[in-house]
Design a protein around this ligand. Structure first.
Ligand code: SF4
Length: 220
């Protein structure tokens, strides 16, 4: 897809869903939320996060608690034992590295160094690290979740045979960096509401004139 078509798709999504603005959010909260969101719905993971934050005065207290006590608080998010262990290990490593459970030191790093640090933490892959760096620090990363990936290949932004983990650098090359946050959030909305995995609503889609998947279906 050429850059003009990409720009048009971004503009159409912003027309439909608005131009998202970054919220101020603590990067450790974001990291914990993102670990909790793995393999479950937003509703469940947000509930688990609220229960976790309500149960412990701060992350020091959480770190001192047993794995079982942490797991008990996050059961609604699924895979409670695994996620409790990952969260505690990640917090312990951050504390050991920075002397406190804080990630604000990442602001002083270059983007690749910050990414490498986050990837060294347990349970943190490129998507989780990109979410933290984009949303908490405004660093130019475009996280690719299941919705972003599906809508991207259907539109023709990446080839269908490109694996999800390879899609991020391709998208980052063709999307202007100042639109990463907007496109990430709006593609998630579009993937949930219109370009669903099963039964995409082509007739209601503002992007259909620019969509390879739809146009191929029209020709077939
Ligand atoms: S036209 Fe259909 S396949 Fe293409 S983005 Fe819209 S809903 Fe998805």
């Amino acid at each position: 897809m050429d850059r003009q078509r990409v720009a048009t798709c971004i503009a159409l999504l912003e027309e439909q869903y608005g131009v998202p603005q970054p919220d101020e959010i603590d990067p450790v909260d974001l990291l914990v939320m993102t670990i909790l969101s793995q393999n479950t719905s937003d509703t469940n993971s947000l509930r688990a996060f609220a229960l976790l934050k309500g149960a412990f005065a701060d992350y020091e207290e959480l770190l001192a608690a047993s794995d079982e006590a942490v797991a008990d608080r996050i059961r609604p998010g699924g895979l409670a034992e695994i996620k409790a262990r990952r969260i505690k290990e990640a917090l312990a490593q951050i504390k050991q590295y920075a002397g406190a459970i804080s990630l604000f030191f990442l602001a002083g790093m270059g983007k690749e160094e910050a990414m490498a640090y986050l990837l060294s933490l347990p349970g943190v892959g490129p998507k989780t690290a990109s979410v933290v760096l984009l949303f908490a620090f405004g660093m130019p990363f475009l996280p690719v979740d299941t919705h972003v990936y599906r809508v991207s290949w259907r539109l023709g932004l990446v080839a269908e045979d490109v694996r999800p983990e390879k899609a991020q650098p391709i998208l980052e090359r063709i999307i202007p960096a100042e639109k990463y946050l907007s496109l990430h959030l709006n593609l998630i909305k579009h993937g949930r509401l219109i370009c669903r995995a099963r039964g995409p609503k082509h007739d209601e889609c503002a992007l259909r004139n620019y969509c390879s998947y739809f146009q191929q279906g029209q020709k077939a």
